[in-house]
Design a binder for this molecule. Sequence first.
Ligand code: NAI
Length: 717
Amino acid sequence: MVKYEIIDETAVLTLDMEGYSTNVINEASMTAFAEAVSKAVEDSAVKGVVVTSGKKEFVVGADLNMLKGMNDAAQIFEATKKLNELFRKLETCGKPVVAAINGTALGGGYELALACHYRVAVNNPKIEIGLPEVQLGIFPGGGGTQRLPRMVGIQKGLELILQAKRLRPQEALQEKMIDALVETQDELIPHAVQWIKETGRKVQPWDEKGFKIPGGGVMTPQNAQVFTAGIALTRKQTYGNYPGARYAMSAIYEGMLLPFDRALVVESRYFTKALMTKEAKHMIRTLFFHLQEANKGGARPKDVPETTINKVGMLGAGMMGAGIAYVTATAGMNVVLKDVSKEAAEKGKEYSKNLLDKKLSKGHLSKERYEEHLSRILTTGDPKDLTGCDLVIEAVFEDRALKAKVTQEAEAVMNPEGVFASNTSTLPITSLAEASSRPHNFIGMHFFSPVDKMPLVEIIMGKQTSSFALAMAIDYVKKIKKTPIVVNDSRGFFTSRVFATYVGEGISLLVEGCPAALVENAGKQAGMPVGPLALADEVSLSLMLHIIKQTEEDTGQAINEPRAQLARLFVEKLDRPGKKAGKGFYEYPKDGKKYLWPELATHYPVRDDRPDYLTMQKRMLHVQALDAVRCLDEGVVREAKDADVGSIMGWAFAPYTGGVISYIDYVGVEKFVAECDEFHQKYGAPFAHYGSHYAERFVVPESLRKMAAEGRRFYQD
Ligand code: NAI
């Protein structure tokens, strides 16, 4: 568990947990660590201690399995106290202690480093350093909220903790989160040992007499302002939905007024409160456990051996194709980027070049790697260059006939065992596979824009898609370090279908007489990152209308719901198709900030009998959750956890709830059902005459009603 070595009168403690791929902080690892520390302290021949790791990472944080099982406040408080005592013992042991950061040090891992007297890290841009706990609904509870601000100042400390920042070693050095860098692993321990010999400071600044927090305490005029503004800013960003962030601020504020040991107790109390919230439980479950499972390829068929993907064909070098080519090449695969001509494909390659140029100029990439990545993208206008591709992804225009043509062109030359994937956003995969001579190797791979930033890929199974094709799709998504979720074929698949209900509900609120600004705020206050009307502009109303018309054509049913009527009005009569055109629900002045179109109220006057603000918020989330339940019932998504991960990674559905299905547990199944019934009664009927499914949107599926009646939940913990 902890290797103990003496190098040059220094005890080097190497954490290397058996049975774990990375080191985490839990009872077993900390007990072993405490023993090793005691041994070093008691040995009078030992002049100092170096803490490092035998794994690729340093320490990645607290063992969330352990935290997950803690439901008792007294137990959490005691465990936190014990960890703090250990870290306190380390920094007051009377000998200099160095953290030799050989790999990523996050959360509890970085808190361990903070409890050392000196921190040196390897200058490798792949290493991350920081305290990102707020992202999981908690906050640093191992002394991080007390040590970091005392080291880097209150303003900086608050920022690093509340924004959950993960820094590269170079940036961490600039922010004074670490003290030094070495260029290679080999230099790390010698540097640490040398520091002990030459400097060997063995008292933390906050234990020195007369210690002053850099930049002053909480009562200085500047820091008083930091807190006043900080409270407002946190409120603006979180709308009070993330108690973890609020508790972190309180811990920092109160802790800075107290002697160090008392401050740690205050931190432990707030940490206990944070961990007890349902937000923390839901976020840890989805954003850690289920996300990790998805990233490891949990949905991959186990009986298919790892697939080989050396050469990837990319059809279409437009917005999506250019992005997919970039993530593929930088993941080490060769890409044949094909468009209608070599020139058109070159344009797509420019996109990669621009992104790589930025990385190069910031020093995040070496010149060799830069050249290597770019040289992996071959541009062409000739389908013959797809010869031998193991995987071909198409992102040509959303046109059935064109997609059929490029499928056949590629299949004629690509690896006969290879897989063909379509990045269509709306066309059912089973119907596109009709153009394929091997529909078992035809699959959907739905990326999100911008591809290099968006973490999710929705993999869509057609009726005939084989488990081999699925395995290859998941292997590929893992290689490009994105999160795969697997869904079955349906109109809009899972993500676009459910996400569209949010935009739709926002629009119907507008139609029902809610002021546009209130609709936007209600969406954000409910936890969505962007208001529904701004999103409609982003997606573009013309695309919405196009999809509506295509669906009418495919189903032979007229769609006349409020959303459709509004899209027709905006696109065909008002010429306000969305952001790209500079006008939609918002005005987008070239040289200024966007603002809501002042004439909206002329078309959709504000009414007194409109739904109240809380109802507006609930409707916009409930409508999504209900549709997600339908997706589960219809087998579009296979499991609740896929829906949860997909909703947060795909369209940032209110993360504090744990995702679109977890949300129902969050509200309470029974309460959720009762509210939907009420919404259906009040707000379904007025739209019934539109003659579409829209009026049915708050109708509760039987499965959910049964669940409520039986007192069950989606997740039992
Ligand atoms: P785009 O219009 O930017 O790019 C399409 C590209 O395909 C153009 O460069 C065009 O020259 C090329 N192309 C046309 N015929 C071709 C042929 N025979 N061989 C090779 N290339 C050909 O479109 P965008 O936005 O990249 O979308 C592409 C596909 O991805 C569509 O099916 C779209 O529905 C889907 N999609 C789009 C998303 C988005 O946010 N834009 C998100 C997810 C999917």
